[in-house]
Design a protein around this ligand. Structure first.
Ligand code: MOS
Length: 764
């Protein structure tokens, strides 16, 4: 259980001065709470089962919903017979596209319009009908009793085949999603001509599936014409707007609550069909309906990290100057690709100084489930190619790979119009700090000598930037300080498990001197909390924390004005520390928050804070560098990851404990891309997903990762970015991991694996 001791205040550090109304808060000079390793304020609830996740919600009279899904990758529904299913015991509602009110449009967000129950199913798992019954078992029996006749059509599930002429078309317009996305600066041909070394290589990353612990789904309940939804989501307002749009309801009639979410990784950034289907079932049955998907259903319908095929050509001078980079990418975002291969080229465009860059990315439709954003979308794939290429170039010019990167540190964003500067760039510091902490120079020396025996060790590294991560408006925060000195922080954003709420409590604590354990957070409820954009893109801390700080400062301004009356001094002479207000040059004259007369009388002080705009003409991006050591058994191809050192620069470190946890989590996810995770589709016979569960789809587990992950934060207080100086952290960490492992495997064995996953099959 959490204890009541207060180890998080530094002795002798006063709470920061209060800015005058309308004045921007000054950057914190020294902090007493922010930056410390504070365990999650809701940690006990999360691990003890006290936290009510949406999948835990049980309502009186609640029914269980289930969706009948098309078993084919491409088929037309000829007929549906629900007459038997409707008569089964316990069945309270059965709906199809011809049920009144259920013939609804559905857009996956890519401009291709479809229907909620579309008669043409373009991927395995597309929704065909749905039921609600008294028990999950009765719902499942009812699904089996629905008789559907399909016209089974030819399919293409591999994007390399979808690109060929004569491949079955997914949509009428053919399989090419649109004209390729092209980017160009300088003159790459000239750049290659100027280079001393030019290399060209093909790379491929396999498709990864989202695997949050809590499955996708919701509970839907109607009160007259007001809809309440408890949904496992990264953004309650995003779900609200999608549901309201599809059902034709005013936003005010749709309340979405998502106090906890058991992981999302991008796949829960917006509503799925299941949410609208649950609402329709609840309306038809006039009972609340719980509809959570199975692991198989989420695998086929709830998104993925799309596969990519990349060809990268790079030129470098003997002194390490990059002269040209050229990347072509093909991939697929499935039948309704919101995303696809976009952003795969961003590392190539912007990570290193290079005057001549050309990239081209083409998406193909396939008969597979729609891609959704997947932790740093596109970036780990691009990193897989670029960072291995840099390793190969370094070897050719006989330069250390860290040295080569240090030669090409970017000073501004080359890929953006007007070439704006970064608010802070810690790439150089990440490379230097990480290399030192890892012992890179010595490790490289020791590894280069040929190793006898069957166990070969090697070291590798890779760097990254994340193309967003600065956050921005809008965000509104309401903070209430009660007469007993406890506070209620009201925030629309979700805490997706990363520790967002804890960090916000720390910000309030920093300003008001109230212990974080006395700050209660109400969040992610469109009915009671302020508007927030979804928690995604690693932007939640830089978006929300300045608004929280502004709200806390507003509360403090009012409180000090009240205390000034009690102490009969001017408010400008007052400061706060550990729940008390004192006169700056008379530290003995103090008043406790709970004794302030004005607060006692009013009962509560309310402060509102807004997220201000980002600095004009500056780009706010996080940077990082990772170093790893592996051991390869050359008899079996088995790889053991021995250690990782990760140096990430994400502005201010808000909470050292959750910072390090994000580093461990991001690297673990990157190990999955590098060595264990890949979707297997039966491309020839059935077009179906073969690895449909956690037994066959292998996530990295304890024996695949290493306990030896060292986080060495590179802290640059980014006072240009926002008033807390923080940038995003979660997603950047997963970008360079796979490439660093591939480089270490090459260093150990001399074998370059250009196609994920690196496993014994590929190494033998
Ligand atoms: Mo991120 S793709 O919003 O987890």
């Amino acid at each position: 259980k959490p204890t009541d001791d207060k180890p998080y205040f530094l002795k002798g550090v006063p709470v920061p001065e209060t800015p005058l109304p309308g004045e921007d808060p000054k950057p914190w000079k020294q902090t007493s709470v922010v930056g410390k390793p504070l365990p999650r304020t809701d940690g006990y609830e999360r691990v003890s089962g006290a936290a009510v996740y949406p999948s835990d919600v049980l309502l009186p009279d609640m029914l269980y919903g289930a969706i009948l899904r098309c078993p084919y990758p491409n088929a037309r529904v000829k007929s549906i017979d629900i007459s038997v299913a409707e008569r089964l015991p316990g069945v309270r509602a059965v709906i199809t596209g011809s049920t009144p009110g259920a013939d609804l449009k559905w857009s996956y967000g890519d401009g291709v319009s479809a229907k909620l129950f579309d008669p043409h199913c373009r991927f395995e798992g597309e929704a065909v009908a749905a039921v609600a019954a008294e028990t999950p078992y009765q719902a499942s029996d009812a699904l089996q009793a629905i008789e559907v006749k399909y016209d089974v059509l030819p399919f293409v599930v591999d994007e390399r085949k979808a690109a060929e002429s004569g491949a079955p078309a997914v949509h009428q317009k053919g399989n090419r999603v649109a004209a390729p996305t092209k980017y160009e600066r300088g003159d790459v041909e000239k750049g290659f001509a100027e280079a001393d070394v030019v290399l060209e290589e093909e790379y491929r990353t396999e498709c990864e599936l989202h695997t949050p612990l809590e499955l996708h789904g919701c509970v839907a309940k109607w009160d007259h014409n007001q809809l309440t939804i408890w949904e496992s989501t990264q953004g309650v307002y995003a779900v609200q707007s999608k549901v309201a749009e599809v059902l034709g309801l005013p936003l005010a009639k749709v309340r979405v609550i998502g106090h906890y979410v058991g992981g999302g990784f991008g796949s829960k950034l917006r509503a799925g069909k299941y949410t609208v289907i649950a609402a329709l079932l609840a309306a038809k049955a006039a009972r609340p309906v719980k509809l959570f998907l199975s692991r198989e259903e989420t695998f086929v319908t709830c998104g993925n990290r799309p596969p990519t095929n990349m060809k990268l050509k790079a030129g470098v001078k003997k002194d390490g100057t990059l002269t040209a980079l050229q990347l072509t990418v093909t991939g697929t975002g499935g039948a309704f690709p919101a995303g696809g291969v976009s952003l795969v080229d961003w590392q190539v465009r912007d990570l290193y100084t290079c005057p001549n860059v050309r990239t081209e990315a083409t998406d193909f439709y396939t008969h597979t489930g729609p891609a959704r954003p997947f932790r740093a979308p596109g970036h780990p794939q691009g990193s897989w190619a670029l960072e291995q290429m840099l390793d190969a170039l370094a070897e050719k010019i006989d330069m250390d790979p860290v040295e080569l990167r240090l030669k090409n540190i970017p000073l501004f964003s080359q890929a953006r119009d007007g070439k704006p500067k970064y608010s802070s760039t810690g790439l150089k510091e990440c490379l230097e700090t990480g290399a030192k902490a890892f012992g890179w120079a010595d490790a490289r020396k020791n590894r280069s000598a040929s190793q006898p025996g069957h166990l070969r060790r090697g070291v590798g590294m890779a760097a990254c930037l994340w193309f967003v991560g600065g956050g921005g408006p809008p965000s509104t925060i309401v903070l209430k300080l009660f007469a007993d000195g406890s506070a209620n922080l009201n925030m629309g954003a979700s805490d997706i498990g990363t520790g967002t709420k804890t960090i916000m409590a720390m910000v309030v604590s920093e300003e008001l001197g109230v212990d974080p354990s006395k700050i209660f957070i109400e969040n992610a409820d469109t009915g009671t909390t302020q508007f927030a954009t979804p928690s995604g893109g690693s932007k939640t801390i830089p978006t929300e924390s300045p608004a929280v700080r502004a709200a806390a400062i507003e509360v403090k301004r009012q409180l000090l004005a009240m205390a000034a009356q009690d102490l009969k001094v001017d408010a400008s002479r007052l400061a706060m520390k550990e729940g008390s207000i004192y006169i700056s040059n008379e530290p003995s004259r103090t008043v406790k928050i709970s004794d302030v007369a004005g607060l006692k009388k009013r009962g509560v002080i309310v402060g509102v804070g807004y997220r201000g705009p980002n600095p004009a003409n500056l780009v706010v991006n996080p940077f990082g560098a990772q170093f790893c050591e592996v051991q390869v058994d050359v008899r079996t191809g088995e790889i053991e990851i021995l250690r990782f050192v990760a140096a990430h620069e994400s502005g201010r470190v808000m909470n050292r404990l959750t910072f390090d946890s994000q580093v461990i989590g991001g690297i673990t996810m990157g190990i999955g891309l590098a060595s264990t995770e890949f979707r297997v589709l039966d491309a020839n016979e059935t077009g179906k997903l073969c690895n449909r569960n956690w037994h066959d789809y292998k996530l990295p587990t304890s024996l695949d990762i290493t306990e030896n992950i060292t986080s060495v934060p590179v802290e640059i207080l980014d006072n240009e970015a926002n008033s807390t100086g923080a940038k995003g952290l979660g997603e950047p960490v997963t970008i360079p991991t796979a490439a660093a492992i591939a480089n270490a495997v090459y260093n150990a064995t001399g074998i370059r694996i250009t196609h994920t996953p690196i496993n014994p099959v590929q190494l033998s």
